[in-house]
Design a binder for this molecule. Sequence first.
Ligand code: FE
Length: 197
Amino acid sequence: MSTEDTERLPAALRTEALEQLLTERGLVDPTVMDKFITNYETNVGPLNGAKVVAKAWTDPDYRQRLLSDGTAAIKELGFAGPQGEHIVVVENTETTHNVVVCTLCSCYPWPVLGLPPSWYKDPAYRARVVKEPRKVLSEMGLDLAEDVRITVRDSSSEVRWLVLPERPAGTESLGEEDLVPLVTRDAMVGVAKVMAP
Ligand code: FE
């Protein structure tokens, strides 16, 4: 079977076949695997990323460090691990919008966002967001003004992108702790904005 054929099989089916094979050969323990997945879905989820963003919003020096070396600045908060070896952080502003995709598969910064949502792995999202980002974002509920420049960032095994969303107006009086719950996974992928409470 060529790589292309394998790509066409639904991801869930491929994963199941792979897990079964590895289990049969005694290479993985399904209980350990379940624990690993649960850990990434709950503990290592987007809350880590939200903490990074809230700190960057309230600490200008940290924001600078985050934008110049994402991996190192994220590690300062204790977040590191698989798929987090080379994270590059880009900032969304009033005039510039970044949105992240992995056109090839589903590369994603696990230490700060956990496991990718299913739409991120969807071939339609991966193909279309590159060609017509404004339209795809609008379909996902994010309407950007015509004069906002959109840049699509393609994550890969080399670079995993993380969006530093724009801090919403009306949150000036909020501290770091209060800002954390406002930051969503989708905003850090760039398919949504952070809303004031
Ligand atoms: Fe990928």
